[in-house]
Write a protein that binds this ligand. Structure first.
Ligand SMILES: Cc1cc2nc3c(=O)[nH]c(=O)nc-3n(C[C@H](O)[C@H](O)[C@H](O)COP(=O)(O)O)c2cc1C
Length: 180
């Protein structure tokens, strides 16, 4: 495959991952940087993709620690691994936290009747200390959903293969091969 075809395949796979619950790229690891400079990484669900604007969208609770980290430093990396394709993808990104607007309200319309909605209606903020593991029943009226809009600045694609590993960096619409 040529670099251009690989780039198109990457965005196509990302797109599929949003609708296919079994797609390995549905649950990447999002790494941020905290105020002390420490990396903070956690699994998230990839909810939407816009290849034209090179954006990836993730839902989270606006009170979660990652929001403070992102407000302090918008730089992030999102790492995907697909054992079927043998593809790793590392996306360097700048993340904007969306706490209002049409995209957010549309997202809430879509999840407010699902079981996932309870995650965004808890009284306590994510990471709060509680007495028992399931002591999270109290709910708030106002949802705490927010959207992380990650603008991709650079992609680092690595393919593992018996015929030889390949690595491609895609930045500013230019692709270059790297030593794997
Ligand atoms: C498979 C899986 C998917 C997850 N998806 C999300 C998600 O989409 N958004 C989210 O905020 N947390 C998600 N989590 C929980 C996060 O990994 C993390 O525990 C939580 O967001 C708190 O992170 P923070 O304290 O760094 O803010 C997911 C966890 C797992 C195991």
């Amino acid at each position: 495959m040529l670099p251009q075809q690989i780039t198109e395949s990457i965005w196509s796979e990302l797109h599929h991952a949003c609708s296919d619950k079994l797609h390995a790229w549905r649950t990447p690891v999002l790494a941020t940087v905290d105020a002390s400079g420490y990396p903070c990484a956690r699994t998230v669900v990839l909810r939407a993709v816009d290849a034209a604007s090179q954006q990836l969208f993730i839902y989270t609770d606006r009170r979660s620690p990652k929001i403070q980290e992102l407000l302090h430093c918008k730089h992030a990396e999102i790492v995907f691994w697909n054992a079927t394709l043998n593809w790793q993808l590392r996306a360097k990104a700048e993340i904007e936290v969306l706490t209002q607007g049409n995209i957010l309200e549309q997202a809430w319309e879509n999840i407010k009747h699902s079981t996932a909605s309870t995650d965004y209606l808890r009284n306590q903020h994510p990471g709060a200390v509680i007495n028992h593991a399931n002591d999270t029943s109290q709910t708030t009226q106002e949802h705490q959903l927010c959207i992380l809009a990650a603008r991709v600045l650079e992609l680092d694609w690595l393919e593992l293969s018996r015929n030889g590993n390949r690595r491609l960096r895609i930045k500013n619409n230019q692709a270059e091969w790297l030593v794997p």
